[in-house]
Design a protein around this ligand. Structure first.
Ligand code: URP
Ligand code: ZN
Ligand code: ZN
Length: 483
């Protein structure tokens, strides 16, 4: 039997290997990797190109209402179109529960929004903000068993935060069901206190967003999220880690043998606190939480990626337009009113490729691991996603490793009116993106279709398996005590 598609002669990079071969595709899957597979019904000449697995962006806010009640600028169509053009073939945004919601209903509604518009494959994490008994005992176990195997909780934001007791209850449920927990770790009361004092003193400009959320509040909450996880023996991933101080806590936990993972994002490598301090409200373009740190912090984030302390590189795409009255223009009032978040779906892969691989800060295998293979393994998408292997979906990115691109928002495909990375000069660009063997983006243009994306329910992840150790010997899940 022949191939629907043969991708010929590219240099294939996986998390482990780099080699030259043809890739044979049938029915959307890779069925052969070999030296000379001949021609397919369609053949792509990839000689001189690099091929990586399609990117998995495991943290993005798409067609979601923020903690302050504002819709993201991107809907499922514009977000996934933009992701495809940047080399991403799977996105994992959040079905977000707000207080009082049934999470079952939230998930059903999110499917209705995604299905007709998604241009690439997708899965849902859930956001749990109201862990009342019927949610924890009834709805969540059912959803986890149906393949919604990960959820995010918040230690900050009035509308979303859980207290420590609630965190423990949610961790305990996750352990019972084998689910994976992602934590937004910032100390809420400290932020509220500092913000109130700043505003009372007349400090309203965007730069004070960072002053109200210093590394110390992230460090403390990260340590607390880890400590609570240790008490109930629940693996946890700390999302959007911004700086050296939180990474110190994570490294400490990992060295202690705890199953603690970390994610970081482009804004912590390529933006800094100084970017919030620009004339007028321009700095609002770079406002996200946790905020970008001082420039001197950036090497610590690179180190965390390079030496494996951070396993996942996501965009945390949270798009709010600069020109919208309910978007970044809110900075005209004060920093507290501004919806938090920066866009990054389309540039996540090109930025890390150019500045990481291209400049020798990380190798190509680490690049593939943090942008595709590790998120696939952590969130139950492998072996179908995240690598280039026989049996996997033909999710492929063909790179021109030498293409020079000056970033401009006019090149991008989201629904935003700016990019915080405007003017950066990058080398290397994803010139063709294939999702299940179908080209969805080519030469910086979107060529895919709304509704093509498939939803993936996800089995429990091996990486979310508990360690089996409790600090005092007391197992709070079954009541046993073995000191
Ligand atoms: O500022 C951010 N990161 N906004 C998106 C919401 C979140 O906490 O990830
Ligand atoms: Zn968050
Ligand atoms: Zn986020």
């Amino acid at each position: 039997m022949g191939y629907d598609l043969v991708v010929k002669g590219g240099r294939i990079a996986t998390a482990a290997d780099l080699f030259e071969a043809d890739i044979g595709v049938r029915g959307g899957r890779i069925v052969a990797i070999g030296e000379d597979l001949g021609l397919g019904d369609r053949t792509i000449d990839a000689r001189g190109r690099l091929i990586t697995p399609g990117g998995i962006d495991a943290h993005a806010h798409i067609e979601q209402i923020s903690s302050t009640g504002v819709w993201t600028a991107d809907d499922w169509f514009t977000a996934t179109r933009s992701a495809a053009c940047g080399g991403t073939t799977v996105v994992m945004p959040f079905a977000a529960q707000h207080k009082g919601d049934s999470i079952r209903q939230v998930v059903a509604d999110y499917h209705d929004r995604a299905g007709p518009k998604a241009c690439i494959d997708y899965g849902f994490h859930m956001i749990i903000s109201d862990p009342r008994p019927e949610i924890v005992d009834d709805e969540l176990p059912e959803l986890i068993r149906k393949g919604y195997t990960s959820f995010k909780i918040y230690l900050t934001y009035d509308a979303l935060k859980l207290n420590d007791r609630e965190v423990l209850e949610v961790y305990a449920l996750a352990r019972r069901e084998g689910a994976f927990v992602m934590v937004h770790a910032e100390n809420h009361d400290s932020i509220a206190f500092l913000a109130q004092k700043l505003l009372a003193a007349g400090h309203k400009a965007p730069k004070f967003h960072a002053v109200s959320r210093p590394q110390a509040v992230e460090r403390e909450a990260t340590h607390r999220a880890i400590t609570l996880a240790e008490l109930v023996d629940q693996p946890v991933l700390i999302v959007h880690v911004s700086g050296a101080e939180a990474f110190d806590q994570i490294r400490w936990a990992q060295a202690r043998g705890l199953r603690i993972y970390a994610e970081t994002c482009p804004q912590y490598l390529f933006l800094c606190a100084e970017d919030l301090d620009q004339p007028g409200i321009e700095g609002a373009k770079c406002m996200c939480s946790p905020p970008p740190r001082e420039k001197a912090n950036q090497p610590a984030v690179w180190r965390a990626i390079a030496n494996g302390v951070a396993q996942v590189f996501s965009s945390d795409h949270a798009p709010y337009r600069f020109g919208d009255a309910d978007g970044k223009q809110k900075a005209l009032q004060d920093f507290k009113k501004v919806p938090n978040g920066v866009p990054g779906l389309e540039l996540r892969m090109p930025l890390l490729f150019s500045e990481g691989v291209g400049k020798g800060r990380i190798d190509i295998h680490t690049f593939v691991a943090v942008t595709a293979t590790n998120p696939a393994r952590l969130y139950g998408l492998s072996p179908r996603k995240g690598s280039i292997a026989v049996g996997a979906d033909a999710d492929l990115v063909i790179w021109d490793p030498d293409r020079a691109v000056t970033v401009s928002h006019s090149l991008l495909h989201d629904a935003m009116d700016y990019t915080p990375y405007e003017g950066m000069q990058l080398t290397g660009w994803p010139i063709e993106t294939l999702c299940r063997g179908v080209t969805v983006a080519k030469e910086m243009e979107f060529v895919g279709q709304a509704g093509f994306g498939q939803f993936h329910s996800r089995p429990l992840s091996d990486m979310a398996r508990p360690v089996g150790r409790f600090p005092t010997g007391f197992n709070p899940h079954d009541g046993s005590y073995q000191p």
